[in-house]
Design a protein around this ligand. Structure first.
Ligand code: PMV
Length: 361
């Protein structure tokens, strides 16, 4: 069993004056949801996600050695232009991870970042964004300590990403990632995400995720506030236990490819997440009328056609439509015919299960 202390380095063998790295890192979509946390971004329950392929953040990190003046020093560029409002989040991230990367104050950093998905699409870029920054920082640490193993590199990258945004720790690798201790999943940890370690049925190969953009506005209640409302939530303990049960069931579903059972768990998880929001105090609703229209239309279509298409939701109004690759053509036609009208400006994004972070050389 790892402890966080295992990721505090002692000494580096190399020095390095300046340079840059660049990583492209995808977003992910949870099937069993992380909702509620303890101190230090430790999840209240385990979760599992599909890593995505097309919705990505591409971040270049340039670094120059400087006098250690006791402060973090960095510039932040978004799509090539300075972006001051992202800086406090990065400052806080650096403060949280400094113990794991003691060189941070010895460099001036330029973080140059962009997303492949439209800005203000209502798609959270914090998962891919924080994970992309974490990968770059690990490249720098590896340059300072070249003997580092690949396992350590990815585990620590995920641990750092977690401290930026919990769900970000599931974006480092593909294709299915578990985060949080689960007795029946070997190697699972609260500290970092691990690749789902068991057999996965053909049915889940190239699984598709079409993201319907229902509401591109800023959320009224942030995830940080939402997680916090799980403290003293009347249903919290039952919910956390349920996430363990659902994850256990998914282990055999992933192996036997039973899509009917898969759909039951995935849709129930999505609605439970939103039920937790609706039963918080204060209570709130992030779904929009069109979110419900889409859900009902998917249910009707599934009933009529027996095609195993289902939905999941993250902490917002957008709907992720999940379906096997073999049904792609029919589902894309169904989306065009029946769901596009419920999307803001008719917008949706086609994605699928992917392989995680890639370094751009
Ligand atoms: O990573 P955070 O703190 O933004 O939390 C996101 C939580 C959900 O997206 C709602 C669920 C999940 O497991 O990703």
């Amino acid at each position: 069993m790892f402890t966080a202390n295992d990721f505090i380095p002692s000494q580096y063998s190399q020095t390095i004056e300046n340079g840059h790295f660049q990583w492209s890192v995808p977003s992910n979509i949870a099937l069993v949801k992380y909702w509620g946390k303890k101190d230090n971004q430790i999840p209240a329950n385990p979760s599992v996600s599909f890593t995505l392929n097309n919705c990505k953040t591409i971040t270049k990190l340039s670094f120059d050695k400087k006098q250690n003046t006791g402060n973090f020093s960095f510039d932040l560029l978004f799509e090539g232009k300075p972006k001051e409002d992202f800086k406090p989040k990065i400052q806080k991230f650096f403060e949280r991870i400094e113990i794991y990367l003691p060189f941070l104050k010895e460099y001036h950093f330029t973080i140059d970042t962009e997303n492949t998905f439209p800005h203000s699409s209502g798609i959270a870029s914090s998962a891919s964004g924080m994970a992309a920054l974490a990968m770059n920082l690990m490249s720098l640490e590896k340059a300072l300590n070249p003997v580092m193993s690949e396992d350590y590199f990815y585990q620590k990258a995920s641990l750092l990403a977690r401290l930026g945004s919990g769900s970000a720790c599931r974006s480092v690798k593909g294709q299915m990632v578990v985060w949080g201790n689960q007795t029946n999943i070997k190697g699972s940890s609260d500290l970092f995400g691990v690749e789902f370690p068991y057999a996965v049925h053909e049915n889940f190969k190239n699984y598709q995720d079409t993201i319907l953009l229902v509401d591109k506005g800023e959320k009224q209640v942030s995830s940080t506030v939402g997680h916090d409302l799980m403290h003293n939530h009347p249903f919290a303990e039952r919910r956390f236990a349920q996430a363990h049960e659902n994850l256990d069931e998914l282990i055999s579903i992933f192996e036997n490819g039973n899509l009917e059972e898969f759909i039951k768990i995935v849709e129930s998880e999505a609605l439970t997440l939103h039920a937790m929001m609706m039963t918080s105090m204060p209570y709130y609703i992030l779904m929009k009328p069109n979110t419900l229209e889409i859900i009902n239309t998917i249910w009707k279509f599934r009933n009529e056609t027996q095609i195993p298409v289902c939905f999941t939701l993250d902490a917002g109004a957008n709907v992720h439509v999940l379906y096997p690759n073999k049904d792609k053509e029919k589902i894309l036609q169904f989306i065009k015919d029946e769901l596009v009208d419920f999307c803001q400006n008719g917008q949706y994004l086609c994605d699928e299960i992917g392989n995680g972070a890639i370094q751009i050389k």
